[in-house]
Design a protein around this ligand. Structure first.
Ligand code: ATP
Length: 475
């Protein structure tokens, strides 16, 4: 276990029970927990106050209370910028989202099954908006019929809603309703846990109900540099021992792995997952030799490329962003590299390109021998060895393979794959050649000659074409 997720000295189980935070076994999350909300005046000054007030007014016009909830409240307490704007309303979430979209200029997509939606703000010059979208949820409680299956949901008050959440640090709300604007609702004493830098579940069945919280627990603890409170750590380890992650669908696990791959501290997170045997419990997976050092190399490469493009200093070079080198999506590459060593099955809901790239990385041992051994190779030989391989697989192998293969792959990515010839099929027809397999052969010969510098101009291309065509016709 890495230091950041080691048990907290401060974690005192009796504290937790005393606060009514941990519920007894079998209790349903939401609704009953923390029935006496602590609503106090806001302990922080609010950025985007105007926008938040406006959201509160829109909800109020619909006759419902509204709240900023979850991650943004946690990040506000920590003084961190929050990329998200998560708003919960106690009623009429569909109408609320639609009104917000109308007033702020955006498009609202609603998922009635989950009582959630997203307002995608149209590109607006208003740089005060923290995010390009606003997530809208209806406050709700959840009941888990069986471990690891998705819960059934029912409308609930804000306190019921906070009680269905994963950790105390994510179970706080700020009221946006006019008249109560800024009231801080913290039924599980999340603020104390934020102050004391610890991640704590709300109740003892938390990881049983939803083992994805094991991944989330490690992710938040590592990202924030928090400890995992002792009882929470015990519960998490017990869930792993019982192999509860094995009940999760591949889709839900892969979703978590993708999120981890997009984190700046992806390496300690992966280390902690391995140390805690989480994927061993899910898929009986243990990392092959060299896996972590491969991850490290990819992260190092991501960082160097991230700075090349002059990303903001505080930005994670791992978040896929248009500022990084075109085509280089570090989070995606880390994910594909991970896939290349995981027991991927047909049930894995991954894109075709991801599957093919992962397979190509897994087959790297079969890279042509010359590529691995010979520091000097003709460009056309490099080209022939690598063409057809998925771009992301090549980017991964460029970081992982020892020299000289790495250098050849880089040459291919940076230069060779962009080389083209001007001769087309129409030119071949004009030269008297019948369409057929010979076309590909001749076009290849022209391209290889161009790659190797034997021809440099369009005229030389056409001269060579005619020589090759004449030879063909004489056969
Ligand atoms: P981030 O900073 O990574 O966006 P977040 O706290 O906003 O973190 P989300 O995954 O966006 O996290 O989820 C929003 C909120 O929904 C969380 O703060 C938490 O309260 C709740 N939540 C999300 N996933 C779960 C879960 N598996 N179980 C319980 N509550 C959850």
């Amino acid at each position: 276990m890495t230091k950041s997720v080691a048990p907290a000295g401060a974690g005192r189980p009796s504290d937790l029970a005393g606060r009514g935070g941990l519920k007894s076994k079998g209790q349903t999350s939401g609704g009953k927990a923390g029935t006496v909300p602590k609503a106090v005046q806001s302990p922080f000054s609010l950025p985007n106050r105007e926008l938040l007030e406006r959201l509160g007014q829109i909800a109020s016009r619909l006759g419902t209370r509204s709240f900023l909830v979850g991650g943004p409240v946690r990040d506000l307490l920590l003084g961190l910028p929050s990329p998200d704007l998560d708003v919960a309303v106690e009623d009429r979430s569909r109408e609320f989202g639609a009104d917000v979209a109308k007033e702020l200029g955006g498009r609202f997509v609603y998922h009635s099954r989950f009582l959630t939606g997203t307002v995608q703000l149209l590109s607006t010059p208003d740089s005060r908006l923290p995010s390009s979208h606003i997530d809208v949820t209806q406050t709700r409680a959840e009941t888990y019929e069986r471990p690891a299956v998705l819960p059934t949901v029912r409308p609930a008050s804000i306190v019921g809603d906070l009680g269905r959440r994963d950790f105390t640090i994510n179970s706080m709300a700020l009221e946006l309703t006019p008249g109560s604007f800024g009231a801080f609702i913290d039924p599980f004493d999340g603020r104390a846990d934020v102050t004391q830098h610890r991640v704590r579940v709300l109740h003892a069945r938390s990881f049983i109900d939803d083992p994805t919280r094991i991944f989330r627990c490690i992710r938040f603890a590592t990202r924030l540099g928090f400890a995992i409170e002792q009882q929470t750590l015990d519960l998490m380890r017990s869930a792993v021992e019982q192999r509860l992650p094995a009940f999760l669908t591949p889709e839900r696990i892969l979703y978590e792995l993708r999120l981890i791959c997009a984190e700046p501290l992806v390496l300690p997170m992966v280390e902690a997952l391995i140390h805690e045997h989480v994927l061993k419990a899910a898929w009986r997976w243990t990392p092959p030799r060299g896996f972590l050092s491969g991850m490290k190399k990819l992260v190092r490469q991501a960082k160097s490329l991230g700075t090349v493009q002059g990303a903001d200093p505080g930005d994670s070079p791992l978040r896929d962003s248009p500022r990084t080198v075109p085509g280089f999506r570090p989070a995606e590459l880390l994910f594909i590299y991970w896939l290349s060593v995981l027991p991927v099955t047909d049930r894995f809901p991954i894109r075709k390109e991801e599957r093919e790239a992962a397979e190509a990385v897994a087959a790297a041992a079969r890279l042509e021998d010359g590529l691995k051994r010979k520091p000097k190779l003709k460009p056309s030989a490099i080209y022939q060895a690598l063409r057809g391989m998925p771009e992301s697989a090549l980017m991964i192998l460029a970081a992982l393979e020892p020299r000289p293969a790495a250098r050849h792959i880089k040459t291919f990515l940076d230069e060779l794959r962009h080389v083209s010839i001007s001769v087309t099929g129409a030119d071949l027809r004009a030269a008297g050649l019948k369409p057929g397999p010979a076309y590909r052969e001749i076009l290849d010969k022209l391209l290889f000659a161009r790659l190797d510098g034997k021809i440099r101009t369009v005229t030389e291309e056409h001269e060579l074409l005619h020589r090759l065509a004449a030879r063909r016709k004489n056969i």
